[in-house]
Design a protein around this ligand. Structure first.
Ligand code: NAD
Length: 525
């Protein structure tokens, strides 16, 4: 495995391990504040020339990088798999395919998404003036990312930020720096001008240094606690921040749902990526009339899943990426069992392996007093709870400090939509789970403690530009009626404006015309 870096060697290093075997697989520099400041300064110098390029020219670099990703697909998937423990199949399905799609989408459409919109300024238009928006790059964007999707999370934002005309400095998780360095290598091969994409590997101190380094925006993805620290530090410099934080995402299964499909969705939603997705299904609420059949199906299907080191494409569940997360899973399951919950299948780590594997686990008899139903578990556990009415289901879904995504399963789409709109979450899917992060066109982000701001889609792109309003008065020789001098006539006219102009009615405003004309010729003697 390559340990090539894009920056000069540092004295301190991060050692990266394969979570499914514990073997060392590579090293990366642990960069300090000076190295981060130097990277930001290189990015700052490179950005103005990049911003002058047309969207089409910027897109060429993105599409070239995309071709390189396709050529190296197997190698990249293997690297992601070794660094995170997830199967290469899953790395392709959940990380590489969505990113290739996103690269294509933003390369082809950013010019339309950021086209200059004219603003309808109502009756001001009649005074021969007009307004429009210019979307300008922010400058240097800092991206701080976690370990669970070490390829897709930073790369998606890199692509969007570059297309918007920014330079980017990426601080990947200390658990997965090699995948981030690979992203840097690919853009280097795509001949992206030097300095536009800097990768600063390191731990929390490196991330904190990036927040202090005077970038124009921070796109942070990670835990709630770190998100709060980042927001606090950024506030000192008034650096804007997008926070993509944790989740405790609910899935509601109504009594008319297709049970088999809902069960398969619940299993994939809870166990894909070993349950380490911010949008994993972490709470499943099932109508009491179908709960037993649903649970039996879920347990039966879960027992068929293949878990282990992902040496073939036919492994469903790999290792967890780190032991700390595995301990949290054990703690949550233990707490639930102590409080009376029943483990229906799974329930333990795999002791016969050197890696960090936790069995896919289904738990019933849970309630909201348990950590398993309150705190982010971020592991392969599916707790199932019953409800009696739609109102109760909505109440349970909303009874959380988080609000990232939610799912409703029903054959009645109108009923699903009604329920979706009552759930407090950034995204609600009907008859779907987890996957809309892969739909480049749609916004991604949460409410409540799941964060603020958006990534992906047009709303995400707008986070990476500054919207400048340009207003034109097309009659440069005519003074405005509200300019000095103030006078009795002016006062009378302004009162007329208050009563008539602000109604938006042209007819009503037209009665002001004589006063306006008199006022235009008014001068103080
Ligand atoms: P984390 O908060 O521990 O770390 C995230 C990143 O922040 C890492 O790169 C880390 O080095 C860096 N960091 C740590 N301290 C810092 C500081 N003081 N200043 C700046 N940066 C600092 O999160 P994690 O354990 O890597 O990731 C798991 C979390 O991420 C989960 O809560 C998960 O739900 C969340 N997540 C959210 C989304 C989303 O889109 N909402 C996506 C993926 C993961």
């Amino acid at each position: 495995m390559s340990t090539q870096t894009l920056s000069p060697p540092q004295s301190r290093e991060i050692v990266v391990h394969d979570p499914s075997t514990g073997e060392e697989i590579g090293r990366a520099p642990l960069m300090d504040a000076n190295a981060v400041a130097a990277a930001v300064s290189r990015a700052r110098s490179a950005q103005p020339e990049w911003a002058k390029l047309s969207y089409r020219k910027r897109a060429r670099f993105i599409l070239r990088a995309r071709e390189i990703v396709l050529d190296q697909l197997e190698e990249i998937a293997k690297l992601i798999s070794r660094e995170t423990g997830k199967p290469a199949t899953e790395a392709i399905a959940m990380e590489i395919v969505p990113t290739l799609d996103l690269m294509h989408y933003f390369a082809k459409t950013t010019h339309q998404l950021l086209a200059r919109p004219e603003i309808d300024i109502g009756q001001y238009n009649l005074m021969y003036r007009w307004s429009y928006i210019v979307y300008k790059p922010l400058g240097v964007v800092g991206i701080i990312s976690p370990w669970n999707f070490p390829w897709a999370t930073p790369l998606d934002e890199v692509v969007m930020a570059l297309m918007a005309g920014n330079a980017v400095v990426v601080k990947p998780s200390e658990l997965t720096p090699l995948t981030a360095l690979k992203i840097g290598e690919i853009f280097k091969q795509a001949q992206l001008p030097e300095g536009l994409l800097e990768i600063v590997t390191g731990d929390g101190s490196t991330g904190a240094a990036l927040v202090e380094a005077g970038v124009n925006k921070i796109m942070f993805t990670g835990s709630v606690n770190t998100g709060k620290r980042v927001a606090e530090a950024a506030a000192k410099h008034l650096t804007p921040v997008v926070l993509e934080l944790g989740g405790k995402d609910p899935m509601v299964v109504l009594e008319d749902a297709d049970l088999e499909n809902a069960a398969r969705a619940a299993i994939w939603g809870a166990f894909c990526n070993s349950g380490q997705a911010c949008a994993s299904i972490e709470r499943c609420y099932v109508h009491e009339s179908i709960a037993e059949r649903f649970t039996d199906l879920v347990v039966k299907e879960t027992r068929l899943l293949k878990q282990g080191k992902a040496s073939t494409d036919a492994i469903d569940i790999g290792a967890m990426t780190n032991e700390r997360q595995l301990q949290i899973v054990e703690d949550h399951v233990g707490d639930a069992v102590e409080r009376g919950a029943q483990v229906r299948t799974g329930g333990h780590r795999l002791n016969d392996s050197k890696g960090w594997f936790h069995q896919p686990t289904v738990v019933t008899g849970v309630d909201h007093s348990m950590k398993l139903m309150r705190d982010e578990t971020f592991g392969p556990v599916l707790p199932i709870m019953t409800f009696k009415t739609d109102e109760e289901a909505v109440h349970l879904a909303n009874d959380s400090i988080y609000g990232l995504t939610a799912s409703v399963f029903t054959r009645d789409i109108s009923r699903g939509r009604r329920m979706a709109e009552q759930i407090d979450a950034g995204t609600v899917m009907i008859n779907e789970v987890v996957y809309t992060h892969a739909v480049a066109q749609t916004p991604w982000g949460g409410v409540k403690q799941s964060g603020y701001g958006r990534t992906h889609g047009r709303l995400g792109l707008l986070e990476l530009v500054s919207a400048q309003h340009v207003h034109v008065n097309g009659m440069p020789r005519v003074a405005d009626v509200w300019w000095f001098p103030y006078s009795e006539r002016a006062g009378k006219l302004f009162r007329g404006f208050a009563r008539r102009f602000t109604t938006g009615s042209l007819l009503s405003s037209s009665l002001l015309l004589p006063g306006i004309i008199r006022r235009l010729f008014e001068r103080r003697q």
